[in-house]
Design a protein around this ligand. Sequence first.
Ligand code: NAD
Length: 728
Amino acid sequence: MENFKIDVDADGIALITFDVPGRSMNTLTSGVMKEIPEWVEQVKADDAVKGVVLTSGKASGFCAGADLGDMAGGMLGGSDLQAAYDAGWRLNGALRALETCGKPVAAAINGLALGGGLELTLACHYRVVENDNRIQLGLPEIKVGLFPGGGGTQRLTRLIGVQPAMMAMTEGKSFRPNDAKGAGIVHEVVEKGQSVEAAKTWIKTRVAAGGKAVQPWDDKGFKLPGGGPYHPAGIQNFLVGNAMIRKQTYGNYPAATNLMKAVYEGVQVPMDAALRIETRYFIKTLMTPQAQGMIRSLFLSKQELDKGAVRPAGAPKSDAKKVTVIGAGMMGAGIAYVQAMAGIETILIDQTQDAADKGKAHVEELLKKRLSRGQMTQEKYDTTLALVTATTDYDHIKGSDLVIEAVFENREIKADVTRRAEVQLAEGAVFGSNTSTLPITGLAEASVRPEDFIGIHFFSPVDKMMLVEIIMGEKTSQAALAKAIDYVLKIKKTPIVVNDSRGFYTSRCFGTYVAEGLAMLEEGYAPALIDNIGRMTGMPRGPLEMHDDVALDLSLKVAKQTQADLGDAYTPLPGADIVRKMVEDLGRYGRKNGKGFYDYDTKPKTLWAGLSDLAPVKINDSTPELVEDQKQRLLYRQAVEVAKCWAEGVIDDPREADVGAILAWGFAPWTGGPITFMDQTGLKAFVAQADDYAARYGERFQVPQLLRDMAAKGETFYGRFAPEKKAA
Ligand code: NAD
């Protein structure tokens, strides 16, 4: 065997060490899945083996779960259902054989155990975990459109009860060692490095007591904790659970529904049948377009981008050690925090010492939170905070590898800051702008070295949002791009690279969602209907709510700026006058002043009653057909803009377009992103539907010629613009 080593000691305890060669972390690759049944058979058949301890040979963790690359690559049998079921059953059958082998089996969990990694240990009779707060135990499959398919749905439920297990699985929640013990997921927490010894000690006590070991659920008197569907308390879990899943997913995620079905049906039958039920639902889920799209975008593509897939080939690797942030407001302070967390010396400049200090105080506040949650030691807190210098003095910029400006969104102020900063910069140092709307090529005109000028667009709140949109100006060099990407990777965020355009990629496409909600308002759709339909598409919030969050005055300002820049070419968007009246006549700016489409003086917020005077309601009826049509309308409008960005060369890599859309503006994750949405719909059908919307709602739904050409040839984005082809 390649991935497992077996050592039988003098007491007859077989220590199985899981160590996938050539990988930094253990995952359940196709090779591993093949070998698990082999060692299970071996320890079962060998009379000299009295008990089994399973542990990991990696310092990085126990096992991070299934190898999704292998899985997406058809490891489970492609589209042949029976072959896929058989492949899926291989692991479940082997783990079932392990837990019924009659010999005691213990897991010595010496690092994180997630997904299939935790499921391996759940098939052991005893679990010991080391006391290290970096260790997480959990079943996060739901985050990539799947659910646990290695017995997790059945074993966790039987261990801790339907409600806690369903919550852990539907949220993909992970537990620290002591919390896992508290929840009943593991039996024992021991000091670091002691898990194998502790597991062996347990085996010896079992052997001394006669050697038998059975799982609680194979015991005759087993009762499901909290009760099953025919128990008065248990039935509540399913009734409420069903409603909660519906509320959270609007039926967009087959994984969540199938998970519930697997649990509901599985807990009513013995374990062998339960595992077969789980495997069937798992394979069914894996074959859905939703799971395929989510695995590709949210796992595989994101991982590739996180490894620098879009970094210019051949550019020397850089390591930003000192970075200056100018503008210590909301964004600047957030950027300073993530930099300091990555060990970067940070100069934080503002106009007054007071403003700069305020920015540093925000960094301190975020660090204190980590300290109080035990996520950081006092020593690390002190050294991290000491990396940030708050000042007004531009001389401090000297020696910086990079400067990022996050001053007011004003061309003149940004130009002034650029000039003052550049005189302090050494050759090769990069100047980045965090502007959210101003084209980079125009801002670079203030620079004496536009080849080193680049857009580095963070999202708010900076500490939580994982994406950074890098924008190339007309003259930005590949060397500056490589340095910007290296910086983004160093602060552990996901970079996408786009070309200059009004609103770049993310703000431009997100804006269409908000604007389409406004168009619906003008057409007379009831505001509650608009936002409910928005949420039902799988977007995080409705378009009116999101408009309030962004701020109506900001949206008016952007519209006016666009009008001034475009002149005659500007076409006002439907509903624009409603926003103008709300801001200019009524002082309703959105969430920030507690008054927008919603009133915020109540909890939860309530729709503003005066809205119907500005936009009289004509459509208040929500038939399923209308809802479906309008849901698609909101998704199509965004996807059409993405296609336009593609045709204009703003984006050119499907991975960046999909991952960027989900991480930046929450484009319905179940779709796998807008490009996957178009590809899976089929471009021919997509174009036909977009044409229908264009006829009903206007030019903005008009798809670019590129899409028509691709549709005529039966092409897909991922087929025609496959990332591998681009790299070759
Ligand atoms: P903010 O008003 O909170 O902060 C701006 C800071 O810049 C203030 O502290 C101000 O004193 C300082 N400043 C102004 N002129 C300066 C000068 N000449 N020298 C030094 N400091 C100066 O604004 P913010 O929300 O942090 O936005 C900053 C930039 O980031 C803007 O370009 C904005 O478009 C962009 N941005 C904002 C968001 C967001 O959600 N707020 C998201 C992405 C990008």
